[in-house]
Design a protein. Structure first.
Lengths: 222, 123
C-alpha cells in the first residue's frame, strides 16, 4: 500500500548539525570565528592581509583558506603572519562544515584568538552551508556594481557583516550607493557595514575596532 | 555544482524517514524551495537519478514547490512580490519592509509504498 510520510526537515540539516559541533569547538577555545564570503576578486585575501597588518601582536589570527585549487592564498596570508591551512575543494563551489572539521585538526585553536575561514569565491551558495563560525562576513567590492544585492539576494540575506571594499574606486565607477544600500537594507535590515579600501587603508580603523570588540567579548566569556 | 551535496542530503533524509516508516519503495518526494534559495530543479533531478540508483528511492519523482519571495511593507501595509531589480515598496517607496516568505529549503513529505495491508493502516 501507499502512504504519505510527513518529513518537514531542512535539506541541509546534516551540515547544520556538524556546524554546531564546529561552533562548540570555537567556543571552547574562545576563538572568534568568521566565514568570509565574496565573489572572486572582491579582495577577501587582501582584506585578511590588511587586517593582519593592523591587528598587532596581541590578537592572533588563523586562516582556513578554501579554494578550488592552488595554495597561493594560504602562502599570502602566511607571509602576512597568520597561521594558515589550505583546503582544496577540488571543484566544489563552497565549503561545508565537514571540511572545516577536518581542517581544524591541522590548526591549534588554543594558540588563536580569531579565525577567518576564507570561502570559495562565489555569491551563489556558500551562505546556504553553515560552517559553525560566529559571523558570516560578505566582502563586496565597488567594481562588482551596485546591483549585486538584487542579483544575489540569498547571499546578502545570509550575512551578519558587510565589508564594501575598493571604495577608492568610487570616483571612477558608476556605482549608486543609495541603490546598493537600499537593496542591502531590505534584505538585511541594520546590517553592520564597513566601507573600506585595501589600497588606501580607508575605513580599516572601524573594522579593526569591531574585530577587537568581538574578540574581547569572546575572551571574557566564562 | 552545489546541487550534488544538496541532492545527497535529500537522499539521506528521504532514506532515513522511509526506513523508519518501514517503506519498501519511495515513489514521490515533495520539496519546498523559496525563491531566495538557489537551486536548479533539473540539476537536482539529474544527480538524483544517478545517486538513488540501487536504493529504494530509485525512480522516485521529485516535486518542487517553488515559493515566491513575498514582502510586507511595514509603513503602508502592502503585501507584494519581490521584483528582480526593485525591492522597495512599490506603493509608498519605503524600505521598511519585511520578507514574509522566500527562504524555504526543506523536504515536506514522502509518498512511499509499504508491505502493510490497507486494513492495518492507521497512519
Amino acid at each position: 500500500m501507499s502512504k504519505t510520510i510527513p518529513v518537514v526537515e531542512k535539506i541541509l540539516s546534516a551540515n547544520d548539525e556538524l556546524s554546531e559541533v564546529n561552533r562548540s569547538r570555537f567556543d571552547a577555545a574562545r576563538v572568534f570565528a568568521m566565514n568570509f564570503m565574496a565573489s572572486p576578486g572582491a579582495g577577501k585575501t587582501s582584506v585578511i592581509e590588511q587586517t593582519l597588518k593592523r591587528l598587532g601582536d596581541d590578537l592572533r589570527l588563523g586562516v582556513i583558506e578554501g579554494d578550488i585549487a592552488t595554495t597561493i592564498d594560504a602562502e599570502r596570508v602566511q607571509e602576512a603572519g597568520a597561521m594558515a591551512v589550505q583546503i582544496n575543494t577540488g571543484g566544489n563551489c563552497h565549503l561545508e562544515a565537514y571540511m572545516i572539521r577536518d581542517a581544524l585538526s591541522q590548526l591549534s585553536l588554543d594558540e588563536l584568538d580569531m579565525l577567518v575561514v576564507e570561502n570559495v569565491g562565489n555569491l551563489v551558495c556558500p551562505a546556504n552551508f553553515k560552517l559553525g563560525t560566529h559571523k558570516n562576513v560578505l566582502i563586496a567590492s565597488v567594481p562588482e556594481g551596485d546591483d549585486k544585492p538584487y542579483k544575489y539576494p540569498g547571499m546578502y540575506r545570509g550575512v551578519d557583516v558587510l565589508i564594501l571594499n575598493k571604495t577608492d574606486l568610487l570616483p571612477y565607477i558608476k556605482f549608486n550607493m543609495d541603490y546598493f544600500r537600499e537593496g542591502v537594507e531590505i534584505l538585511n535590515p541594520g546590517l553592520t557595514t564597513f566601507p573600506v579600501s585595501c589600497h588606501t587603508g580607508e575605513g580599516f580603523d572601524a573594522w579593526i575596532a569591531w574585530l577587537r570588540e568581538q574578540a574581547e567579548a569572546m575572551r571574557s566569556q566564562s | 555544482m552545489h546541487e550534488l551535496p544538496v541532492t545527497q542530503s535529500i537522499l539521506d533524509i528521504a532514506l532515513r524517514h522511509a526506513n523508519e516508516a518501514g517503506a519498501t519503495r519511495i515513489k514521490d518526494l515533495y520539496l519546498v524551495i523559496g525563491q531566495l534559495s538557489s537551486i536548479i530543479d533539473d540539476s537536482v533531478q539529474f544527480y538524483w537519478d544517478i545517486i538513488s540508483e540501487g536504493t529504494i528511492a530509485e525512480g522516485a519523482t521529485l516535486h518542487f514547490q517553488r515559493l515566491n519571495a513575498e514582502m510586507h511593507c511595514a509603513v503602508c501595509d502592502l503585501d507584494y512580490r519581490l521584483q528582480e531589480d526593485q525591492f522597495a515598496c512599490p506603493q509608498c517607496g519605503n524600505t521598511h519592509v519585511q520578507l514574509v516568505s522566500g527562504d524555504e529549503f526543506y523536504i515536506e513529505s514522502l509518498e512511499v509504498e509499504t508491505d502493510e495491508t490497507p486494513s492495518s493502516d492507521n497512519a
